[in-house]
Design a protein around this ligand. Structure first.
Ligand SMILES: Nc1ncnc2c1ncn2[C@@H]1O[C@H](COP(=O)(O)OP(=O)(O)OP(=O)(O)O)[C@@H](O)[C@H]1O
Ligand SMILES: [Mg+2]
Length: 231
């Protein structure tokens, strides 16, 4: 599905240059469930932003289904991002003035779906994350776990092939985190590719493949579990 070749990301801060990612080459196959782990500042979020086409690499090539994405115009990259990728972040990034259902409807509006269809699909998605009874709540009226489930429902709005989750359980107590994991793992069983950053060793080990990042480099890829992980 995705192939990265010698991807690097540098930030030029005038006096100093920060190498957030260096020489990252790997493949992500359709249907994989991957965890990304590593110390704070090691480049995990940078990696997720680049894979998600939210940020451009300073060097290297990014292929999606053998098409080199980095060569495509921004508009085309944005279209791919909206149609094929779903994002879940540590802080839920919900619009505080919109209700749960309106937040979920938002990406469908950008994609040009009619209002009736948007509302119907959003209601189905909220049911999928067990929040039908919170559809008209504002984010401030919901718990952290509920807000994260709204964010998941929203990320599923356009049926993504790939979900990029950056510490999706980071702000949640462990029982709430387990609910989020169960939703993500259920999606993976339905064939959605999942890449998830986590600080939690137990959660990280649930993934079939664990990528360990250190100082902006891939220090280890797979091989964490008994019998070895699929690479
Ligand atoms: N916009 C930026 N400008 C300059 N440096 C940046 C920028 N964004 C990130 N960095 C640096 O790049 C490195 C990698 O950051 P990144 O956010 O990818 O780390 P991370 O592994 O996600 O950390 P955490 O676990 O704390 O979220 C860090 O040293 C960070 O300071
Ligand atoms: Mg991060």
């Amino acid at each position: 599905m995705i192939r990265l070749e010698k991807i690097g990301k540098r930030y030029d801060l005038g006096e100093v240059e920060v190498a957030a990612l260096t020489d990252v080459s790997l493949r992500i196959e359709r249907g994989e469930y991957i965890s990304v782990m590593g110390p704070s500042g090691s480049g995990k979020s940078t990696f997720m932003h680049i894979v998600g086409l939210l940020d451009v690499p300073s060097e290297g090539s990014y292929f999606l289904e053998d098409v080199e994405i980095t060569q495509l115009p921004d508009k085309e990259q944005a279209r791919i991002r909206n149609r094929h990728f779903g994002f879940i972040f540590q802080s839920f990034n919900l619009f505080s003035e919109l209700s749960a259902i309106e937040n979920v409807m938002l990406p469908m509006g950008y994609a040009g779906m009619g209002r009736g269809d948007r509302r119907k699909r959003a209601a189905e998605l909220l049911e999928q994350v067990d929040l039908s009874d919170r559809a008209y709540h504002l984010p401030t009226m919901m718990s952290g776990g509920e807000q994260q489930r709204v964010a998941i429902a929203r990320s599923l709005a356009l049926k993504p092939d790939l979900i990029l989750a950056d510490e999706p359980t980071g702000n949640l107590p462990s029982d709430r985190g387990a609910e989020i994991m169960a939703i993500l793992e259920g999606l993976n069983q339905e064939g959605v590719t999942i890449v998830m950053v986590t600080h939690d060793d137990d959660l990280g080990r649930r993934a079939r493949r664990c990528i360990r990042v250190r100082d902006g480099r891939v220090a280890q890829d797979g091989g964490e579990r008994d019998g070895g992980a699929a690479a």
